[in-house]
Design a protein. Structure first.
Length: 92
């Protein structure tokens, strides 16, 4: 289930199925917020710049690295706190 928590929209599965596991809920919310910010930034960047593909590739790379780091930390029993995103996810 931790793998699904950081798999973009698939994070809805642990969010809805494992309501009794607070740790998994935290990771699922964090994964959803991370993916939501990625989608929002991709939309904004693609509408502002005609050469957006350069920035979109960098954004995807940062997302994948952050996602993998969060997943590794989660499997080791920890939590990766992303400064603004984690604060927003905890309020959900």
């Amino acid at each position: 289930m931790l793998l699904l928590a950081y798999a973009g929209p698939a994070a809805f599965v642990p969010l809805t199925q494992k309501k009794d596991d607070a740790d998994l809920q935290w990771h699922a919310k964090n994964g959803l917020v991370l993916f939501g910010v990625l989608v929002a930034l991709l939309i904004i960047i693609s509408n502002l710049f005609w050469y957006a593909w350069r920035y979109e590739r960098i954004l995807w790379l940062v997302y994948i690295i952050t996602d993998i780091a969060a997943l590794v930390k989660a499997t080791n029993g920890g939590r990766l706190r992303i400064p603004l995103l984690t604060d927003f996810a905890e309020k959900l």
